[in-house]
Design a protein around this ligand. Structure first.
Ligand code: PGA
Length: 222
């Protein structure tokens, strides 16, 4: 059975109180979440919840992998408002880089994405680099790309599994990434179709990951 990554991207949603409630529900379904050792479940909450979620997992004896949604393009230092790789590393193993929302709302360019990838690598974080199409640049050495067509994000109109599979194949051949995830309106109802394809290795889930019961179902059907 090949390895699959199920990544929940909360984006800029929830409060600490919500995060704890979410964790309580995940704890109830922990056996389901850990049933298949080939599935890596990665939760990417906003930065301030990384610590309470990490602590909350310890006290509940559950272990999921944490990821950040972004990283500073610089090392630690005088960069007000940024969170550096060395700080993320205390809590997370993965980091999402280059999401189309960052490109759209924060003017993030390919150059900035490349700087962020080098920061992730310098701090041994695994970068999940978002690409909007096969022409989006992927810096060398990246292990995981997430194909997220903009028209599919948050719209309820996912790409077809066939097209996403073809894109994944091309990305593996041309960008030399080892794994490709699909993201864009993934739900428990369609995740199985994406996971049946030959070249996709997981999903990046936004909206549907906000509901813990739905997220558990996605993990189950992935
Ligand atoms: P969505 O978002 O699942 O809400 O479409 C996916 C993403 O932006 O990562």
């Amino acid at each position: 059975m090949k390895k699959r990554f199920i990544v929940g991207n909360w984006k800029s949603n929830k409060t600490t109180h919500d995060a704890v409630a979410y964790l309580n529900i995940l704890a109830r379904h922990y056996q389901t979440l850990k049933a298949d050792p080939n599935k890596e479940v990665i939760l990417c909450p906003p930065y301030p919840f990384l610590y309470p979620i990490q602590e909350g997992m310890h006290s509940r004896n559950i272990e999921l992998t944490l990821g950040a949604q972004d990283i500073s393009p610089f090392d630690q230092g005088a960069y007000t408002g940024e969170v550096a790789g060395v700080q993320i590393k205390e809590f997370a193993r993965y980091v999402i880089i280059g999401h189309s929302e960052r490109r759209q709302h924060f003017q993030e360019t390919d150059e900035v994405v490349a700087q962020k990838v080098s920061q992730a690598m310098a701090h041994s974080l695994v970068a999940i680099v978002c690409v909007q199409s096969v022409t989006t640049p992927v810096p060398p050495g990246v292990l995981i790309a997430a194909y997220e067509p903009v028209a599919a994000i948050g719209t309820g109109n996912p790409d077809t599994p066939e097209n996403a599979d073809a894109v994944a194949k091309t990305l593996k051949e041309t960008k030399h990434v080892s794994y490709v995830l699909y993201g864009g309106s993934v739900t428990s109802a369609n995740v199985g179709q994406f996971m049946k394809t030959e070249h996709l290795d997981g999903v990046l889930v936004g909206g549907a990951s906000l509901d813990p019961e739905e997220f558990v179902r996605i993990v189950q059907y992935a």
